[in-house]
Design a protein around this ligand. Structure first.
Ligand code: PGA
Length: 256
């Protein structure tokens, strides 16, 4: 059985004190959660404090980015070891905003994933997704297949067990337009098939595939009902404690 994962991507929001306040409140609200894995991805400056507050709770912390080199003269960059030293257990890689604004190519994504896997405990969350133009041109599967194949190139079966994939159609991110559960399921099923082809069925069946793109309390349940959707990567609706907790509780009820 795959675990349900509810992950919040705070993007470039919340100062350190706002992040600390959120984490303290979250801690109190999730003490009855037993089956759902919770992840929050704050900005770099808040990673250590938020990890400290959330340790020994159901929630883990993820970074939103990292560099693929272990260390060196890369001014302004943050390494896998650095985020690990702050208590991070996850890192987002290949988010569409990084692909779009920061030239994050599939090659860089692959290098980042391989670097993250040299640490003891960081699981990369590989984000993939097509633009509206690509969808309308009927290229969705081709785009996703390339992002998956190149992003995961050279990984061993053992390394794959640490990977999470998030399908986030670019046209659904921050737009209020969500993929229908059927549209999302179709791509999630395709991702699982692709993983079966590259690795094997056992790995594919174990892989958690999250959906992202305008997920909110009113639509999360129908998305989680789809057989290949194992959780959500949530931006806007994860910034407010009430809606984030509501989505965690919905996921928890569905796991029962
Ligand atoms: P959104 O963002 O929920 O605000 O659409 C999701 C994401 O970018 O991870």
């Amino acid at each position: 059985m795959r675990k349900t994962i509810i992950a919040g991507n705070w993007k470039m929001n919340k100062t350190k004190s706002e992040s600390i306040a959120f984490a303290k409140d979250l801690k109190n609200k999730i003490d009855k959660i037993e089956k759902t894995d919770v992840i929050v991805c704050p900005g770099f400056v808040s990673l250590c404090s938020v990890s400290e507050i959330l340790k020994e709770t159901r929630a883990n912390v993820g970074a939103q980015n990292m560099h693929w080199e272990p260390s060196g003269a890369y001014t302004g960059e943050v390494s896998a070891e650095m985020i690990e030293s702050c208590g991070c257990q996850y890192v987002l890689v290949g988010h569409s905003e990084r692909r779009q604004y920061f030239d994050e190519t599939d090659d860089k994504v692959n290098n980042k994933i391989k670097r993250a896997l040299t640490t003891c405990c960081i699981s990369p969350i590989l984000c993939v997704g097509e633009t509206l133009e690509q969808r309308e041109a009927g290229k969705t599967n081709k785009v996703i297949e390339k992002q998956i194949k190149q992003g995961l190139e050279g990984l061993s079966h053992a390394q794959m067990q640490r990977i999470i994939v998030a399908y986030e159609p670019v046209w659904a991110i921050g737009t209020g337009v969500t993929a229908t559960p059927e549209q999302a399921q179709e791509v999630h099923g395709f991702i699982r098939k692709t993983i079966t082809m590259i690795f094997d069925e056992q790995i594919a069946e174990k892989l958690s595939i999250l959906y992202g793109g305008s997920v909110k309390p009113s639509n999360i349940s129908e998305l989680l009902h789809q057989k290949d959707i194992d959780g959500g990567l949530i931006g806007g609706a994860s910034l407010k404690l009430d809606s984030f907790v509501e989505m965690i509780e919905i996921a928890e009820q569905l796991s029962n």
